[in-house]
Design a protein around this ligand. Structure first.
Ligand code: ATR
Length: 279
């Protein structure tokens, strides 16, 4: 739609930002809900992050998404930080409030959990143990979300065991650290398996795991979404498990920002998935 003088403005700040799917995703919703608003890609160098944010704020923007390499900086310049962003130690969503304050939020864990519950409506987090592979930045949001959802036990494995141990120590979550080499056996009796490593991503090595011991009732998720059906998901599907791909996490994590800036909690549906995939 054509913009009026009252158009609501938001965007995504990154360096680089040209790979970001967020303008297309938010643009789809702006169009769908016929909103007088715009969402722009904003390429901002690391040392100009703060000046850019203050400038956008002064220019009447309602907020921005923040991506690599600015996510930690976004926390530092905010006046207020949500509990989940503070726990994760990074922010992907800044909301500029009418009183002039900047609030930093992190919606990655929300996106992760909403993706699971929308993709597998019969799955219940508290029904049994979750196995989490990986201990990088993405794992942190996943672990916090699983603990909040009431998962009784989280079996955490990472190639570099010390990173998993650090997370277990730092987070208030029922985490047991297990050796990366024991990942096949660790699947026994689990209710969820989620891969937060980069293994299986286009151009990376495949994730080597034998899922023979995993119950067929377990839900399997990959946060990798290029390709959409990773080797892990293919294997899990053939085993009889329900699978949820990683694209939905990206789509759902965008909802709280869109709602804060444009006033509508948008729907994630198949049309949106196809539109974002066509990019
Ligand atoms: P992010 O913050 O996006 O999660 P990251 O911090 O680079 O990214 O984490 C990538 C994850 O993939 C880590 O858990 C990493 O394991 P290490 O902590 O041992 O590096 C995991 N990973 C990447 N390549 C791997 C490989 N070849 N084998 C096993 N794990 C791998």
């Amino acid at each position: 739609m054509m913009l009026s003088g009252n158009a609501k403005l938001a965007g995504v700040i990154g360096w680089p930002v040209s790979h970001s799917k967020s303008p297309r995703l938010h643009g789809f919703w702006l169009d769908k809900y016929n909103i007088d608003g715009a969402y722009l890609p904003l390429a901002v160098k690391p040392d100009e992050f703060e000046i850019a944010v203050r400038g956008l704020h002064a220019a009447g923007f309602r907020g921005v998404n923040v991506t690599v390499p600015h996510k930690e900086n976004a926390l530092k310049i905010a006046d207020r930080v949500t509990e989940r962003a503070a726990k994760i130690g990074a922010s992907n969503t800044l909301v500029f409030h009418e009183d002039g304050s900047i609030e930093a939020d992190n919606t990655d864990g929300f996106g992760f959990y909403e993706n699971l519950t929308h993709g597998a409506p019969n799955w219940v987090a508290s029904d049994g143990p979750a196995v989490v592979l990986g201990a990088g930045g993405a794992a942190r949001a996943v672990l916090i979300a699983l603990a909040k959802a009431g998962v009784p036990e989280i079996r955490l494995m990472n190639r570099t065991r010390a990173r998993a141990e650090n997370l277990a120590e730092e987070l208030d979550a029922p985490i047991t650290v297990i050796d990366w080499d024991k990942r096949n056996e660790a699947l026994a009796g689990c209710n969820l398996l989620t891969n937060t490593t980069t293994l299986g991503m286009h151009g990376q090595e495949l994730l080597e795991i034998d899922i023979f011991d995993m119950p067929k009732t377990a839900l399997v998720n990959d946060i990798v979404y290029v390709p959409l059906m990773t080797n892990l998901l293919e294997k899990a599907k053939a085993h009889g498990c329900a699978v949820v791909d990683g694209l939905g996490m990206l789509l759902h994590q965008a909802r709280p920002g869109f709602n804060a800036w444009f006033g509508t909690d948008p729907v994630v549906d198949e049309d949106l998935r196809q539109f974002v995939l066509e990019d």
